[in-house]
Design a protein around this ligand. Structure first.
Ligand SMILES: NC(=O)c1ccc[n+]([C@@H]2O[C@H](COP(=O)([O-])OP(=O)(O)OC[C@H]3O[C@@H](n4cnc5c(N)ncnc54)[C@H](O)[C@@H]3O)[C@@H](O)[C@H]2O)c1
Length: 464
């Protein structure tokens, strides 16, 4: 269902993230182990009961998240083999290869918490499954096309999101299963392209899993299920925050073209990241959309600006947003996000109902009111869960498709940005039909100059 106008208020467009649980995966694997021969999901090749048919993965975008995703894919299924790597910068490929071979999590993602997780992870000898020959390491803007032609079965898309609609379309057209990081696009035309790719993936029976990782977090799933089962009564309002510090940046070096400078600071430029609302705080808006269960916001009004970001390498994005989403059934969704140093940080979600309030942050999940509840189950590694479910779905021949909701959550963030940039109230339909293309197309993907948009001034900036 791609036209939101066709649905009635309160009617769910799609179900929860769905897919397989780890338990189902283990059951599937056990069932497979019980039969003497296994047929590869990719062609008729037959394997013995003790060997899993290989699933060849290719990573496009060898940065922090992409390397982590490749590691999780390798841990999800003992038959996963890293087949090819692609990036615009050759050293990034080598660093990913080394980090995976050494079994290390990439430096960017290392925190105290990750250190703990790393110690808990069972040692698995993944290095024999992640040796990519030089002939399958592809460099450049067209590296993704070479990777798609190299014989991969599954593609992990983890570049800056501006490229995502094209990379996703090419991957689905080439018949590949996909894990793609959030957000899915940085503008309305990109979202429409992602919806088309999602539809094609369904037709081709390909799995398409998103990096909206909170949908794969057991504690968040349990909390949202409690809300859906009525524990807080009718939902009245949602309040989400994503207030953090500033982003890392790289000053321009001699010899860097505009493209290189922007790619090395991609989070700071609207065409590549969509602004921090779309790139980072989209997680909070995705949770708003998740609890609304497919009921789409009619419109959004908001404020935003750029008060603390300075210098060329901080690009053209804002550093704070405040938004009010209006849903057709009277529910209001409020969101605040900020990336300014030395301020109060917060990343939490509040769901206010007629009979109670649900609260979630990284570690806490509880409901207060008439019927109290606290999550006391075991929390999981949501990044690993995404891949456990993806590869179990491929093994079982039961494709998962996050496509529609991942595109709509991205659009919710894009429409919030449009409202803040212009100062206007922006409707869902306007955002969905917008012709404003921030990201240049493949004909302009070449090292050289690239002009950027000025920082928008509300009341003056126009929407197209
Ligand atoms: N789900 C999460 O919690 C989470 C966390 C971090 C990042 N992300 C998302 O993952 C994506 C990547 O983020 P990151 O932190 O890994 O960034 P990063 O800068 O560490 O990595 C991006 C990589 O893509 C490469 N690249 C850029 N343009 C490319 C192109 N056209 N073709 C091939 N490679 C290209 C870069 O050289 C770099 O190696 C973003 O969409 C980001 O929002 C998600």
């Amino acid at each position: 269902m791609s036209n939101p106008d066709e649905k009635q208020p309160n009617e769910p467009l799609f179900r929860d993230g769905g897919g397989f649980t780890r338990r189902q995966f283990v059951q599937t694997s056990a069932a497979m182990a019980a039969v003497p021969l296994i047929i590869s999901p990719f062609g008729g090749q037959v394997f013995g009961a003790d060997e899993l048919p290989p699933i060849k993965i290719g990573l496009v975008g060898c940065g922090g998240r992409g390397t982590g995703a490749a590691m999780q894919a390798l841990h999800a299924d003992d038959g996963v083999v890293l087949h090819a790597l692609a990036d615009v910068f050759a050293p990034k490929i080598e660093r990913t290869q080394k980090n995976l071979s050494d079994g290390l999590w990439p430096k960017e993602e290392e925190t105290d918490e990750d250190e703990d997780e790393k110690k808990e992870k069972p040692e698995k000898p993944i290095h024999p499954r992640c040796q990519v020959p030089d002939s399958r390491k592809f460099v450049g803007f067209d590296a993704y096309q070479k990777l798609l032609a190299s014989g991969v079965d599954v593609v992990l898309l983890a570049t800056p999101p501006g490229f995502r609609p094209w990379h996703l379309a090419a991957a689905i057209n080439a018949g590949k299963h996909v894990f793609c990081e959030k957000p899915m696009a940085t503008d309305g035309p990109g979202v429409r392209s992602v919806l088309e790719s999602a539809k094609l993936a369904r037709e081709k029976k390909l799995s398409l899993v998103s990096g909206f990782c909170w949908r794969y977090h057991t504690a968040k799933r349990a909390t949202i299920a409690e809300i859906e089962n009525g524990r807080i009564g009718d939902l009245r309002a949602i309040y989400t925050t994503y207030n953090t510090g500033p982003l890392h940046r790289n000053d321009r070096k001699e010899g860097w073209s505009d493209w290189e400078f922007q790619l090395r600071n991609w989070q700071h430029f609207d065409h590549l990241s969509g602004d921090h609302l779309v790139e980072q705080a989209v997680h909070s808006l995705d949770k708003m959309m998740w609890v609304m269960n497919g009921v789409l916001p009619e419109k959004v009004t908001g404020v935003g600006g750029r008060i603390a970001r300075e210098g060329e390498s901080s690009g053209n994005i804002y550093d704070h947003f405040g938004l009010t989403y209006e849903f057709p059934n009277g529910v209001r969704g409020f969101h605040m996000s900020r990336q300014i140093p030395n301020c109060a940080n917060d990343n939490s979600d509040l769901f206010i109902g007629a009979r109670g309030t649900a609260y979630m942050d990284w570690d806490h999940h509880k409901i207060t009111g008439e019927s109290e509840w606290t999550f006391d189950g075991k929390s999981n590694d949501m990044y690993q869960q995404e891949h456990d479910e993806l590869f179990a779905s491929i093994r079982a021949g039961k494709p998962m498709n996050d496509g529609d909701w991942m595109a709509y959550s991205t659009l919710a963030a894009i429409m919030g940005r449009m409202a803040a940039y212009t100062g206007r109230t922006v409707t869902w339909q306007e955002a969905l039909e917008s012709e404003e293309a921030l990201m240049p197309g493949p004909d302009q993907w070449q090292w050289g100059s690239l002009a950027t948009n000025p920082v928008p001034v509300p009341g003056k900036a126009k929407m197209s």
